[in-house]
Design a protein around this ligand. Sequence first.
Ligand code: FDA
Length: 302
Amino acid sequence: MGLFDRAVVRLLPAVPRPVVQRLSSPYIAGSTLDDARRTVAALNAEGKLATVDVLGEEVTRRDEAETIAEAYREALAVIEGDGLEANISVKLTGLGLKLDLDLCRALLAGLIDDAGRRAMFVRIDMEDSTCTDDTLALYRDLRAGGHENVGVVLQACLKRTMRDIAELAPLRPNVRLCKGIYIEPESIAFQDDETVRRSFRSCLDGLLDNGSYVGVATHDEELIRHSLRRLTGLTPLDYEFQMLLGVRERRASELVAAGHRLRVYVPFGQRWYEYSLRRLQENPKVAGYVARDVAARLVPGR
Ligand code: FDA
């Protein structure tokens, strides 16, 4: 990303919300469960799996966390009822991680039980580094309590991740491996692209060597190609690729056509703002989009 683009990324929070909403619409299924249902059905028709995310993070009240959990229960019922090929992805701050750890544990365990009764799986998304210890500790608790239909996310940008992989190895965890989107200090996170890529490759090795099921979550062509080479010899049921809704859809279709499992992350809901900002930050064309949009508003009818 060039200097101009970086400057625009820093300015994104100042961009009016309706503009953010319009620019980020390809990344979000819509505001209702019905929107998510239609999006997942369309993806399934293309041979793609899905994981459904109810948008919402950092709740400040118990009832907000309970509302998000209820929305996930409704999503599980619809996924099962419609026979969709999908699971769910959950952000723990949305279930009250920062509010009350016991509430968060109870809501999460409830969702995993509900999903388990429907033979479905729950992925715990990974948020910023203030959440990592608690998230991994909750995951361990759940596994120790006999919950098998749950997986975590590990972020290659964090320096601790190889250690986490070693410590989780006895559990043979189901892990989504991604670069990590949150801006973290140099003391705990690799900063430059090439070092993060190198770490991603090492993490993938570590996870596969431990016999973990890996969701390779990247749109980075170099890492996709590396992963394809590294996964040679495994069966398509031993791993999956994962991408975000609205990003590199053609590449996703190519992976499906080549016989790989490919899961698309499908967010929906009213609380779209934080997620949208993160997606726009990553879009290499964001500066152009924002500039065009602003120009169009300054010169109406252009
Ligand atoms: P990179 O950002 O270098 O992108 C590679 C290329 O993909 C770009 O050059 C561009 O062509 C295209 N691209 C990427 N993003 C785009 C966008 N928004 N719009 C248009 N084009 C785009 N992170 C986290 O911290 N916790 C989590 O739980 C998750 N969960 C998660 C699930 C799934 C399914 C995916 C794919 C990713 C995540 N992430 C995540 C996000 C992840 O950490 C990372 O920030 C993004 O995937 C971007 O990194 P890439 O590896 O794709 O490379």
